[in-house]
Design a protein around this ligand. Structure first.
Ligand code: BGC
Ligand code: NOJ
Length: 814
């Protein structure tokens, strides 16, 4: 069952029924000002940091699920009837409801009582504000007298404090209203120099800024008393709950359309220009007024929208494909790339499943996100890399996350994850391959943000690598530390106290438990680093990385191989995890996927065995589960993984992030049919028809799909902010379609399904447009290339040296 459809030409998903199984959301903004918006206008806005600079309130885990948003009400002044064109919050029956989620914008609307109304929400490029363009059309045969109301609830900036510290916060709320613009200025009187504003393009029939005046006592957003009465009360918030609401009265002739623009924005004043007149307590608005005036003009708003569309045309234009599979095309050309931008911007910090309070930007997460993002905005990727590296510790280890506003690392959700440092090598390598910008390696970057500790970025990579060498366990495998990629395999935790965090509790000295997954990652990162070192002319150093990688590979063969697949780990007792000897958790996806991705066992048949075992034991029709058999009870020596009921999250759920490792591993074995089959099983577009089971958005990846041990097998959860986006993009683009960035140029190495006659693609790489056409003439993966008509040796196309900006590549697969 579907709840809408893809409009590929407009790059939109059109939701045609408001009561989707879960809120189906979109992101507004892609630089500094962000919003989350659901298909019924729920969500919230923030500037840079969802915790520290939250503009509007949102009620988590509410019933109904999605509450708090950018709500518009319409009221018929004749009948007194009122409703919300976005369905929530009043939930009246609507005709022709639709929500169009597009690239950085959302349009929601409907017809009710003969009045058609749509609101287009978006954030103009380079601005710290969001535009709501409400168009109202009278579809009646007679004149309509309508009032339109806007509404938002301000958050008192720190979202965590806002949701907990009521004894103070019920006293601090302050607003100003000037020329119809509502300014939210709580704490501006003291240490803040920022405020929010909510403006309207039309003359107001009223406004409200105190929640109780608007909603009325014991009422909620579904029936505000002031809307019901048809007249806002011009209330001023002193403490309690500041809101913003405007009222505009419209008299519409039959067929007449009117547009109202609302702006919600954020502004920072210079500290010495906070007040006007100086010494008063009134906000100096002179610097913000031009932006407000500009975007309240519908023509300017339209122009800003066009700029946003063009921006996305150019970003998505960097890589476009035409394959025989519509789901591949749609995800690669539109939605997967778009999701990579959202994961890059938010890392794991703010979605409907990440409250925006608990986590900042993850170190390993953000590094991996670069794989799917770097081609779209390399300058931003560069900045991110330098920010991440600046949170690295002198040991080479890393803070697990940092707060976006301060860029300071913290251990709030744990530290000492021993895989973390290697992802910096993976991220930097992806950047170098895409851009060829070797200067980044010479950038001075501090450790732990400590001024004076700056060293070239390259040294950070060296320390990342040595971190593991200094932390090897009894078998010579890397010690796992708090956990590796699988945050829930907590082998040093041993927590038996309710409520203790698995992510911060440690009861063991960490000298025994080892990870085969980190070993595979170390081999991979070591080879990437060796390639970088050798191009820097450091031949001996490169050789030493290769030697260490080779050594680790032999340790994996000796102590990390279980006979038919790769082991997962050794626990604190030195016992095997992910072995046929185990009762539960006999085989895991991570070590198998990553070791083969790293090229381990390709020559001696072990890689093949590992992938066959993974396919037989872990693959399901909804994707590949983390491990089998699922843990049926809590194991003290394993930690959080066994805290989840079987089939959910890390306990044998389908963690979509790691599925692409197996897809890539399959391409390394040359098995394109299997690789693409795995790709399709979790491709959200390919799952659209089962939206009632899948439940999450059919246009973006979710973190997890319930595994076969769960009663809800096939149900997705935690959509949007997942490393799945980057890894799937990377797997399909660079390994299955095989258009791969390398340090030396663009490699063309498709491993596509045998029944595909071929495909075409356009890739802009280092300023050159490559028009690629692949034709299948046999069933294998051998490729013969011609570049601009001339046959070439090998399959790496170096950037042209003669100034050509367009290159045509033809590949024959046999
Ligand atoms: C989740 C993990 C997550 C970790 C750290 C756990 O509860 O299961 O997926 O990475 O928390 O925040
Ligand atoms: C989600 C976390 O963001 C990521 O860092 C981790 O690798 C996975 N969960 C698996 O535990």
């Amino acid at each position: 069952m579907r709840f809408g459809y893809f409009d590929d030409r407009n790059r939109e998903y059109v939701i045609t029924q408001p009561d989707t199984p879960l809120p189906w959301i979109n992101y507004l903004g892609c630089q500094a000002y962000f919003g989350i918006i659901s298909n019924t206008a729920g969500g919230y806005s923030f500037y840079r940091d969802a915790r520290l600079r939250r503009l509007t309130r949102y009620r988590y885990n509410n019933a109904p699920f999605d509450f708090g948003g950018r709500y518009v009400y319409l009221r018929d002044r004749e009948s007194g009837r009122f409703w919300s064109p976005s369905w929530q919050p009043t939930r009246h029956a609507l005709e022709a409801y639709s929500c169009r989620h597009g690239m950085g914008y959302t349009v929601i609307g409907s017809t009710a009582n003969g009045i058609e109304a749509h609101t287009r929400y978006f954030v103009p490029l380079d601005e710290n504000l969001e535009v709501w363009q409400l168009t109202v059309t009278n579809r009646r045969q007679t004149k309509a007298r309508i009032s339109a109301f806007s509404s938002i609830e301000f958050c008192l900036w720190d979202a965590q404090d806002d949701a907990t510290n009521f004894q103070r916060n019920f006293n601090t709320g302050q607003v100003e209203v000037e020329q119809g613009v509502i300014y939210h200025k709580t704490e501006y009187r003291e240490r803040r120099n920022h405020f929010a504003y909510f403006a309207c393009s039309e003359p107001l029939a009223g406004f409200d800024t105190q929640r109780e005046a608007f909603l009325g006592r014991y009422r909620g957003w579904e029936s505000p008393v002031a809307v019901e009465a048809g007249q806002l009360t011009n209330s001023f918030a002193h403490g309690w709950a500041p809101i913003g609401a405007h009222q505009v009265n419209l008299d519409l002739e039959p067929g007449e359309t009117r547009q109202i623009v609302f702006l919600l924005g954020y502004h920072e004043n210079p500290v010495d220009r906070k007040f006007d007149p100086p010494g008063s307590q009134t906000i100096d608005k002179s610097l913000v007024k031009p932006a407000i005036a500009r975007y309240l003009d519908p023509g300017e708003a339209d122009a800003a929208f066009e700029r946003l569309r063009k921006y996305w045309d150019s970003l998505l234009g960097i890589f476009q494909v035409n394959t025989p599979d519509i789901h591949t095309n749609r995800m690669v050309n539109i939605w997967n790339a778009y999701q990579c931008m959202a994961t890059f911007n938010m890392s794991r910090s703010a979605s409907f499943y990440e409250s925006g309070i608990g986590r900042g930007l993850g170190f390993r997460d953000s590094n991996q996100d670069l794989l799917g993002f770097v081609h779209m905005a390399p300058a931003r990727a560069r900045e991110r890399i330098l920010d991440l590296a600046a949170t690295q510790l002198p040991t080479g280890g890393a803070y697990h996350q940092y707060q976006p506003l301060t860029k300071r690392g913290n251990n709030d959700i744990g530290g000492g994850f021993n895989d973390d440092p290697h992802w910096l090598i993976v991220g930097v390598s992806a950047y170098l391959k895409e851009t060829g910008d070797w200067s980044i390696l010479d950038e001075p970057v501090p450790y732990d943000n400590e001024p004076g500790s700056e060293q070239p970025l390259y040294e950070h990579l060296q320390r990342s690598f040595s971190y593991t060498l200094a932390r090897l366990g009894p078998h010579g495998l890397p010690l796992i530390g708090r956990a590796d990629w699988n945050d829930c395999l907590n082998l040093n935790c041993f927590s038996d106290t309710p409520g203790q965090s698995f992510q911060t509790t440690t009861n063991k000295d960490g000298k025994v438990a080892e990870s085969v997954f980190i070993a595979g990652l170390f081999v991979h990162a070591g080879r990437e680093l060796a390639a970088i070192a050798s191009r820097r002319g450091l031949a001996a150093e490169a050789a030493s990385y290769l030697a260490e990688a080779a050594k680790m590979e032999s340790v994996i063969r000796e102590h990390g191989w279980d006979g038919e697949w790769f082991l997962r780990a050794y626990d604190d007792f030195g016992a095997k995890i992910g072995s046929k000897e185990c009762e539960e958790g006999k085989i895991f996806i991570e070590s198998n996927g990553f070791c083969v991705l790293a090229g381990i066992g390709l020559e001696d048949g072990t890689a093949l065995k590992a992938m066959d075992a993974t396919g037989e034991r872990l693959a399901t029709k909804h994707g590949i589960v983390v491990q089998q058999p699922a843990y049926s009870r809590y194991y003290l020596n394993l930690g959080e993984i066994s805290s989840y009921p079987p089939g959910y999250k890390e306990n044998a759920g389908i963690f979509c992030h790691v599925n692409p490792w197996v897809m890539i591993a399959e391409t390394r074995l040359g098995r394109g049919d299997r690789a693409h089959d795995y790709y399709s099983r979790i491709n959200p577009s390919a799952r659209e028809e089962i939206s009632d089971l899948h439940r999450c958005e059919p246009y973006v990846y979710a973190q997890m799909i319930a595994g076969k041990d769960a009663p809800t097998f096939g149900e997705a959860k935690n959509s949007w902010l997942t490393g799945t986006a980057a890894w799937n993009y990377y797997a399909i683009a660079q390994w299955i379609l095989g258009i791969r960035t390398t340090l030396d140029g663009l490699e063309i190495a498709p491993v596509i399904p045998t029944n595909w006659p071929g495909f075409t693609a356009t890739r802009i790489f280092r300023g050159v447009t490559y028009n690629i056409s692949i034709e299948r003439q046999g069933e294998g993966n051998r490729i013969a290339l011609t570049v601009d008509g001339a046959p070439v040796e090998g399959n790496i196309v170096a950037p042209p040296t003669d100034g050509r900006r367009e290159v045509s590549i033809k590949g024959i697969l046999s």
